[in-house]
Design a protein around this ligand. Structure first.
Ligand code: NDP
Length: 605
């Protein structure tokens, strides 16, 4: 053991081996053999869970059968940024198809009380400099973000050609015409030269396949379709219809962390059914300092986003510009690393120090629970026993104190791997039936299921090849954007590209890259581009070769959508297929790729 390590590991107030053993035991008891199959497909008798509550019923329009240069599927930030960057690149003939009644994606659907972005707004809200907009607070609430989505659409004239309340049902490539045939649930059969799929990483709500799910006779809804007619109130709370209601919430992810305080404040009684507690760190929101905003120089947003990305991958930066709960662990890590003329550490030692910084962080998260929750038994149940980035960290200052309310009960279901059963009258957990009037499913969104299932349509490329078959044994792409045999078809989002937890920044760079490829295909007089077999294979090997460290990290994690419910080897988790050197390195790689002008790994026909 080096001097640095010996120094850091002496005088610890905890036993790392004990923590490791506790983490492992907590993980092992939660692993379910069914993996993603523990969730039902929200269709058929459950389809009403995903109906759009924000539009008037009865919308209709004439089907479209025209030709368009570029169809973008999805009007969330991915689709909006594609639209904006395509406009900037002079690509005028663009149509967006969106299932909802407006732009906004996640922020269109998720309107639950307290919905807020956990990523600093100065990094998260895109195109701030281009649009001259400064967010009101360090962490924006959902309505401001939704409004910003609409601002982007207006500024780049994206409302001019958009099909709202329209779901794509099929994409089929016509080789002779070199076009995609885009079919929708509005009987459209459009033809597009290019298709850009921006359907989002967490777009399809999921329900746990709990026995008796269909038996409950009270009211139910999923948090991504919050039913204000039932609860009363709005995003700011005042849920005044809940005063005589016994409410159950299932799930304790970021959505519940933000919404539970509002339900707890109004329900006659609230039962929260928890399987794995979230790590709940300090929120510390504050209004934007306008004097600080005045000092910002052009290019500040990109610089800030890059700084944030660097912090999150542990790369040294001069100053932590964002300086919040996301970057905290890496600030701690830097304090542990050798300085000045202290000898450098090996990779193994660096990993040991990273684990130590993580233990320190999670110890402080657990201490926060003791500090905020009066009842010891409840506090114990709320403590997370895993490394910080095993699950998505959350940030909130009202969640934990809500458990001090006499009308709020936490029910731990970890020993039975979740809620046991749903009955006509309520929920059974640990052998006890809890009678309730309403069950709110805060059970998240599909991640590990096939791409085509989450997108909601099949994609049939050259020679009748289906994308679901082509990707059956794992993703195969060039840079995450396109697959061999699926010409002029691009996907934005996660998968074999450079992940950033700041999704909008990631999507913006992706949009600019796709704008470049489409412009080049047009400028070079080609009909289409697609990855070569060799180019694609090389990129897949690069991604998997670099993923070794993240694979072992996620294998040791408690199950969840970050690690494909514990089945890391099957490559369905959110990050198990991302470019390990990080988003900034990925963007540099793409910029260099564009600079050569060679379109390496792509063939143009
Ligand atoms: P999550 O997927 O994070 O949480 C789902 C919850 O349901 C988990 O606590 C899970 O437990 C629980 N669950 C599933 N099945 C059962 C069962 N059978 N019995 C009991 N509990 C069960 O969903 P969220 O909607 O909270 O969040 C989804 C994502 O959306 C976040 O991770 C985040 O990325 C994003 N988000 C972002 C926000 C932002 O600030 N930008 C705000 C809100 C959400 P277990 O953990 O044991 O699987």
């Amino acid at each position: 053991m080096s001097t640095v390590l010996r120094k850091e590991f002496s005088n610890l107030e905890f036993d790392p081996d004990e923590l490791r053993a506790r983490y492992k035991a907590e993980r092992d008891k939660r692993i379910r053999p069914e993996g993603n199959a523990q969730y039902v497909n929200v269709s058929g008798e459950f389809a009403h869970f995903i109906d759009d509550p924000y539009v008037e019923p009865g919308f209709s329009r004439e089907p479209l059968t025209d030709e368009i240069d570029i169809v973008i599927i999805g009007g969330g930030f991915g689709g909006l940024l594609a639209g904006a960057r395509f406009r900037e690149a002079g690509l005028a003939n663009v149509r967006i198809i969106e299932a909802g009644g407006d732009f906004g994606g996640t922020w269109y659907w998720n309107r639950y009380p307290g919905a807020q972005c956990d990523i600093e707004s100065y990094c998260y809200l895109p195109l701030l400099e281009e649009l001259g907009y400064m967010p009101k607070e360090k962490y924006s609430y959902a309505p401001e973000i939704f409004e910003h989505a609409q601002r982007i659409a207006k500024s780049f004239d994206l409302y001019d050609d958009v099909c709202f309340q329209t779901k794509v049902t099929d994409l089929t490539w016509d080789e002779d015409a070199a076009q995609w045939i885009v079919s929708t649930d509005r009987d459209d059969v459009m033809r597009a030269r290019f298709v850009v799929m921006a359907t989002g990483p967490l777009n399809r709500p999921k329900l746990p396949a709990i026995p008796g799910l269909e038996d409950f006779e009270g009211h139910t809804f999923h948090t991504s379709r919050w039913d204000y007619d039932y609860t009363g109130g709005d995003h700011t709370g005042n849920l005044d219809k809940l005063g005589d209601k016994r409410i159950a919430m299932i799930g304790t992810g970021a959505t519940t962390i933000q919404s539970l305080p509002y339900v707890g404040a109004h329900a006659e009684h609230l039962y929260l059914f928890q399987r794995t507690p979230s790590s709940v760190d300090l929120r510390g929101n504050s209004p934007t300092d306008l004097e600080w905003a005045e000092t910002l120089e052009p290019g500040w947003q990109r610089e800030r986003r890059q700084n944030f990305n660097d912090m999150l991958i542990g790369r040294p930066v001069e100053k932590d510009l964002v300086n919040d709960g996301w970057t905290d662990i890496f600030r701690n890590l830097r304090r542990l690393m050798p300085r000045g003329d202290e000898p450098a550490v090996s990779m193994e030692e660096a990993m040991a120090l990273a684990e130590l910084a993580d233990f320190n962080k999670m110890n402080s998260v657990r201490a926060r629970v003791d500090n905020d929750v009066a009842d010891d038994e409840t506090a114990e149940m709320l403590k997370p026993w895993y490394r910080q980035f095993c699950k998505r960290p959350t940030f909130n200052d009202e969640y934990l104190p809500t458990f001090n309310r006499p009308n709020v009960t936490l029910v731990d279901t970890s020993d039975s791997q979740g809620v046991e059963r749903i009955t006509q009258n309520g929920i059974v957990a640990n052998g006890v039936e809890y009678e309730v009037d309403c069950i709110i499913y805060a059970t998240g969104f599909e991640v590990g299921t096939p791409y085509t299932r989450r997108a909601g349509y099949e994609i049939t490329g050259q020679n009748g090849q289906k994308l679901s078959d082509y990707w059956e044994d794992g993703l195969k792409t060039l840079h995450g954007f396109s697959a061999h045999g699926f010409p002029n078809c691009f996907q934005l989002g996660l998968g074999q590209n450079g992940f950033s937890v700041n999704l909008t920044a990631m999507l913006d760079d992706q949009a600019q890259h796709v704008a470049y490829i489409i412009s080049e295909v047009m400028a070079r007089g080609a009909s289409y581009s697609q990855p070569t077999v060799a180019g694609e294979a090389e990129w897949v090997a690069t991604i998997r070769g670099l993923a070794v460290m993240s694979t072992s990290f996620f294998e040791a994690c408690t199950p969840g959508y970050y690690n494909n419910e514990g089945r890391v080897g099957e490559r369905g988790g959110l990050f198990t297929e991302s470019y390990a050197p990080g988003n900034n390195a990925f963007n540099t790689l793409l910029a260099e790729w564009r600079k050569t002008g060679e379109m390496a790994g792509l063939e143009l026909n």
